[in-house]
Ligand binder design. Structure first.
Ligand code: ASP
Length: 515
């Protein structure tokens, strides 16, 4: 009797302590339970296209609100957390922390890309696949991506970083002269200047008929592709991070004079964390709705999965190796504690990443799990995680390497060591350049294909399953950020002991003692 009471109490404690996590898992399961049967009902012929879209919007509506709330918190979270983290350290420590963050994240990204290559070369999913319809992709190349990355690090407008980002885009330039007759005098004097005129104006394939007074031009293919730096409607998180770091360094150098600003930001951050807590309690419903909405929207789930089954298996195996073997091994080697406890505590973030397909939207949850459940130093978490969410995407690097060689196999190209190296390097670069938003990896995959000399139109084959694989790679990306945070904290421990401003905002009583 006594032991059964103890068991009930123990179970009750487990449920109470992990209530949110249990509810999130229930949310994920319910998403599938609701989405799958609803899919066959909705996709049946009884509904027309518009009705189907309306149902999809309604099923996914709660999820849409959930993602909006998470996104709403990103800006105040990034700005307050980074400024405070940097302001509480001296400049040398910030520099060291930054270097460690970059080195660690680069290292795990390359490991992920190499795992992807090894798996895809062993499983050879492309040899068994069927060809699908292809679509016209946009232009993306490695140099543009790297330049965009650097460009965005140095924003030209602080306010704009919160909603716009610079991006090199390619525009189809349609020649306005079509089947036109131009008087000869317009072509600077005489018909002899015609070729110069055409060259200057970049008018493409021609049929040209010259007479003594006019030139008749019939343009057959009037398209020219132009590169342009444009501002796209998307948060420039990298720019926000640089501005916050610069502000934090200045604030730290200001000494006691900067104290009111630090205190204000400290209170702001506490408010943001309280709001994140509140939003987290809506996450079971949000995640359930996101998954169900996506499933309902799928036209033929069975066929899609069947035709790309080997690619899906290869990618998920790679991600499982990275998340369940590589990360635990790294954690154990550097920290010498049970890695699975750490990963267990990150579950809420992983499920949120699975639901939202966005590392950026998941950032508030990642931060909460790392700080509150895994007890990582607040300053490290606040500095490392926003950077990780933006540039560290191990799951994406792994996927891009797999997808690139998959497309090579599909087209019967053989890949030598040189091409394999190019794939690893460009997959890592493409993952760093990918935005922390849904399906960003699919866009930067084009640059990997271009570098490897493969047909970029083949990305069209992957559209149908990207929504699914994106969830796994985002969960892996977020987990990688969190493990990195613990490792970097370990290496930075000694620096923090030297830092007098050490606990400036993690422990208010200590702050008072120092100031
Ligand atoms: N959705 C991923 C992320 O936000 C990026 C990608 O691989 O598409 O981390």
């Amino acid at each position: 009797m006594d032991s059964s009471v103890r068991l009930v109490t123990k179970l009750r404690n487990i449920v109470v302590n992990n209530l949110l996590l249990i509810l999130i898992i229930v949310g994920v399961v319910c998403g599938f339970i609701i989405g799958l049967p609803l899919n066959s009902h909705v996709q049946s012929s009884r509904y027309d296209f518009e009705e189907r879209k309306k149902i999809v919007i309604l099923v996914g509506f709660v999820g849409e609100i959930f993602v909006r709330l998470l996104k709403l918190l990103i800006i105040p979270l990034i700005i307050t957390s980074i400024v405070l983290a940097v302001a509480s350290l001296d400049t040398a420590t910030t520099g060291k922390l930054g270097r460690r963050t970059v080195i660690y994240y680069l290292g795990t990204t390359f490991i992920a890309a190499i795992i992807g290559v090894i798996l895809v070369l062993s499983i050879r999913p492309g040899d068994t696949a069927v060809q699908h319809e292809k679509s016209q992709p946009r232009h993306v190349n490695a140099m543009d991506s790297i330049l965009d990355l650097i460009r965005n690090l140095f924003p030209d407008n602080l306010v704009e970083t919160t909603f716009r980002t610079s991006e090199t885009t390619y525009k189809d330039h349609v020649n306005s002269l079509y089947n036109t007759t131009i008087p000869v005098r317009d072509i600077r004097g005489s018909p002899g200047n015609l070729s110069k005129f055409l060259e200057n104006n970049l008018y493409d394939p021609w049929s040209v008929n010259e007479t003594s007074t006019s030139v008749r031009i019939i343009k057959k293919n009037s398209k020219k592709v132009w590169a342009k730096i444009e501002k796209t409607d998307r948060m420039n998180v990298l720019g926000m991070i640089t501005c916050s770091i610069a502000f934090g360094i200045a604030l730290s150098n200001l000494g006691p004079e900067g104290r009111p600003v630090k205190e204000l930001l400290d209170v702001c951050l506490k408010i943001v964390m309280m709001l994140i807590n509140a939003v987290m309690w809506t996450s079971p419903f949000g995640i359930c709705s996101l998954i169900a909405g996506k499933l309902v929207d799928m036209e033929d789930i069975g066929k899609t999965f069947e035709s790309l089954a080997y690619l899906i298996v290869t990618t998920i195996t790679g991600i499982a190796i990275q998340a369940l073997i590589v990360y635990p091994a790294i954690y154990f080697i550097f920290i010498r504690k049970n890695p699975f406890r750490y990963l267990f505590n990150m579950q809420a973030a992983a499920y949120t990443a699975f639901g939202t397909s966005s590392s950026a939207a998941t950032l508030p949850v990642t931060l909460k799990c790392v700080k509150e459940l895994n007890k990582v130093d607040t300053r490290v978490a606040h500095f490392v995680l926003p950077i990780g969410a933006t540039v560290n995407m191990d799951g994406t690097a792994l996927y891009e390497a797999v997808a690139c060689i998959y497309i090579a196999q599909l087209n019967g190209y053989s890949f030598g060591i040189g091409k394999v190296l190019i794939t690893v390097l460009t997959s890592a670069a493409a993952s760093i350049g990918a935005a922390a938003i849904p399906s960003a990896g699919l866009v930067t995959l084009i640059m990997v294909l271009e570098a490897a000399g493969l047909p970029t139109t083949d990305v069209g084959l992957l559209y149908s399953i990207d929504w699914f694989l994106d969830r796994f790679r985002t969960a892996c990306n977020v987990t990688g950020d969190a493990v990195g945070c613990a490792v970097i904290e370990k290496f930075s421990h000694a620096d923090f002991l030297d830092n007098s401003a050490n606990v400036a905002y993690t422990n208010p009583s200590a702050t008072e003692a120092i100031l």
